[in-house]
Design a binder for this molecule. Structure first.
Ligand code: SF4
Length: 258
């Protein structure tokens, strides 16, 4: 495994985060934002408006669009986040900005300290680099177990996944049954492009992770995320030492996938 950051990355700020706001793009984003808002509103009408639906906010660009859609429209959807203990400093800075901007306190779930201690003592502080199995085991302790707690008692959860993000997300529907967690899953941005995501962020002046400007289109834990080169797949910087087909941490793995 090599943890070397690509040398093909240019020194300029990532142009993908600043698309040209043409009239056609603005119209498309407005229409998609309204469709996403309507989907979420209908979901709360169907499933409940007392916290039955929860949004898993990982503070990526897509999740910042959903955060703004939910909070600006006062949709009765709970928002939670997972702090794995290995997040980049820029993500913690963003969490503080979001709490200030929207005058809210975010609900953050942490891993069980004893489980993390056991994993690190048994396998090493950076064991995720050593094998796919240890990578999945680390995600299990730091992400999956806290996610299970966050989803307990819920009827549905919302994600910022997009179909175009990776081969593991091709054909992603707006709504699906999450059989593994036993509840519905809504993906309101399934058909959005990266350009549309950034157009929404610029149009609404939504706060975002500073790493996006440094060619990190997808941001997770610091040791498992790197910048990408121009032309690389947007998920190429996540678990870059693994095959594309196995690059999901288990939060969004569908039946039949690794
Ligand atoms: S992304 Fe990396 S550090 Fe974070 S939980 Fe998964 S394996 Fe562990």
């Amino acid at each position: 495994m090599s943890s070397t950051v690509s040398t093909l990355r240019p020194a300029t700020a990532n142009p993908a985060t600043r698309p040209a706001l043409t009239d056609a793009l603005i119209d498309a984003v407005r229409a998609k934002a309204e469709a996403a808002r309507a989907l979420l509103s209908a979901a709360t009408a169907e499933l409940g408006n007392q916290g039955e639906i929860t949004f898993a906010n990982s503070f990526g660009a897509e999740d910042m669009v959903l955060t703004d859609l939910i909070l600006a429209n006062r949709l009765p959807i709970e928002i939670f986040s997972l702090d794995t203990g290995r997040l980049p400093a820029e993500t913690y800075t963003l969490i503080g900005e979001v709490e200030k901007r929207y005058a809210t306190r975010l609900k953050i779930y942490f891993p069980e300290s004893g489980a993390v201690e056991d994993f690190v003592r048994g396998n090493g502080i950076n064991a995720f680099y050593d094998s796919v199995e240890l990578c999945k085991a680390c995600c299990q302790v730091r992400k999956i177990a806290p996610l299970k707690r966050a989803l307990t008692g819920k009827k549905a959860w919302v994600t910022g996944l997009r179909a175009a993000q990776s081969v593991t997300r091709t054909g992603l529907p707006l709504r699906e049954l999450d059989a593994g967690n036993g509840l519905d899953k809504f993906n309101p941005l399934s058909d959005w492009s990266e350009t549309e995501v950034w157009a929404y962020i610029r149009l609404h002046d939504v706060p975002y992770n500073a790493l996006h400007d440094q060619f990190y289109p997808s941001i997770g834990c610091a040791p498992c995320t790197r910048a990408i080169a121009l032309g690389e797949d947007v998920r190429a910087g996540r678990w870059w030492w693994e095959n594309p087909e196995t690059k999901e941490c288990g939060l969004h793995v569908s039946e039949g996938k690794a």
